[in-house]
Design a protein around this ligand. Structure first.
Ligand SMILES: Cc1cc2nc3c(=O)[nH]c(=O)nc-3n(C[C@H](O)[C@H](O)[C@H](O)COP(=O)(O)OP(=O)(O)OC[C@H]3O[C@@H](n4cnc5c(N)ncnc54)[C@H](O)[C@@H]3O)c2cc1C
Length: 404
């Protein structure tokens, strides 16, 4: 089972037209999540024949479960230094990516630029927030320290116990439900084929090269195959030889409906327990739990309680809000929390492991993978994120380590 949802927002809905599996294509992409669709759209608009094969419906994996924050600064934490340049490059690319996506799909994606607050409630949290601010400043992020009253002047619905906070002006957000519909539309408008409800069961190989895929409805020959199957990329069924270090990290989230009586928020707000993101349709997404439970999709009382309690601690108005939906999803998480991008073997390209940053990293991922396929070049900022970084050290390296 992909996820459990009760009233999740949006998504493509039933598709009027169904694309058929072609016999051959330039590029076959496995997985119609945000990452697979973003790459496929960029390649199709560059003139390649592209087919995306999805075992469920577009977005049904992690992509429709996400909040849609583009939070390079708010999410920056100790150990994230290696990933930061990729996050910042992608954050800068979001502007043109959004403009082109909206123009080519004819749809809007609720790209909001109000910025993000990370708030502290009480003295202990202020100390921890100071530490985080120090790290952000050291790593060159433009983040502003604000007093509690200064934050409440801009978000009057927050409790007076807000003691201080950070303002991350460049951390914007999009609406995942709208992004997936727009990508689907733009990709098909560029001539791409989206084949849904069709699991890929195997890769086809010839002389050491991947030359296509087998599906439940037939086979497809492809010049290049892109593995963008999210948390399922590590399952091993398709690429047992690679043992991809990707696992599912479950997140439960909910949507509340803001009303004039309840009040709400105008910015994304993070506390130590939850994030809250107001959307253009009047809903407030509250997320997300972080659970190592494999592919168990179930919503739990404990998970939903933690979300509500965390939200209420900062924003009392949530008590008045109607619950519009609750759901779970699986972040595709690699062993170092960074994506795995690049060629794995002749004919096979990887784009997986985007963890909690898939939306933030979609534009740079699409650029890196399309540059690789179209020109055979690797994008310098993405070069450190190949699969090779997980290779065990060569024997003489580990010997050196033992005697040092
Ligand atoms: C609760 C939650 C909140 C999040 N919030 C944010 C956020 O605010 N900002 C952010 O940047 N990121 C966020 N993320 C992370 C983000 O959602 C993911 O990083 C991103 O969606 C990954 O996209 P993907 O396309 O790689 O994976 P997926 O969306 O999971 O897509 C993979 C697809 O591959 C398909 N598939 C798998 N195996 C096969 C097969 N054999 N054949 C055919 N199809 C197959 C699946 O059905 C699936 O549709 C959040 C994630 C969760 C769970």
């Amino acid at each position: 089972m992909h996820a459990q949802t009760i009233g999740r927002r949006g998504g493509p809905g039933p598709s009027p037209e169904r694309d058929r599996l072609p016999e051959r294509t330039d590029v076959a992409v496995i997985g119609a999540g945000l990452i697979g669709l973003s790459i496929a759209w960029r390649l199709a608009r560059a003139g390649l024949a592209v087919a995306v094969i999805e075992r469920a419906k577009a977005g049904d994996g992690a992509s429709l479960a996400a909040t849609g924050m583009l939070a390079a600064a708010a999410e920056h934490e100790p150990g994230g230094e290696a990933l930061l340049p990729l996050c910042l490059a992608s954050q800068r690319l979001w502007h043109p990516f959004r403009n082109e996506l909206e123009a080519e799909s004819g749809l809007t994606i609720d790209y909001r630029r109000e910025g993000t607050f990370v708030i502290a409630l009480g003295r202990d949290e202020v100390e921890r927030l100071r530490f985080r601010h120090e790290l952000q400043r050291r790593d060159g992020l433009a983040v502003e320290w604000l007093s509690g009253p200064a934050i409440r002047a801009r978000e009057p619905g927050l409790r007076p116990t807000v003691t201080a906070g950070l303002f991350c002006a460049d951390d914007h957000q999009v609406d995942p439900a709208r992004v997936i519909v727009a990508l689907r539309q733009a990709f098909r408008a560029a001539g791409g084929r989206l084949i849904e409800e069709t699991p890929v069961t195997a890769l086809t190989r010839e002389g050491g090269r991947v030359i296509g895929v087998e599906t439940t409805t037939g086979s497809l020959r492809a010049g290049t195959v892109v593995l963008a199957s999210g948390a399922w990329a590590g399952e091993g069924g398709l690429v047992p030889d690679l043992a991809l270090p990707v696992r599912p990290l479950k997140g439960q989230s909910m949507a509340l409906q803001m009303t004039p009586r309840s009040g709400g928020l105008a910015h994304v707000v993070w506390t130590e327990q939850v994030h809250m993101a107001p959307k253009g349709d009047g809903s407030l997404i509250v997320g997300a739990t972080v659970e190592e439970t494999g592919f168990d999709p179930h919503l739990t009382a404990g998970g939903l309680y933690a979300l509500l309690e965390g939200a209420r601690r900062a924003l009392p108005g949530v008590e008045e809000m109607r619950v519009a939906g609750v759901w779970s999803g699986f972040r595709p998480t690699s062993d170092d929390d960074a994506p795995i991008l690049g060629e794995a073997s002749p004919g096979l390209v990887l784009a997986a492991g985007h963890h909690r940053n898939g939306y933030l990293l979609a534009p740079v991922t699409a650029e890196a993978i399309s540059t690789l396929i179209l020109r055979g070049e690797s994008l310098p900022v993405a070069a450190p994120f190949g699969l090779a970084r997980f290779a065990p050290p060569a024997p003489h390296d580990s010997l050196r380590g033992e005697t040092a």
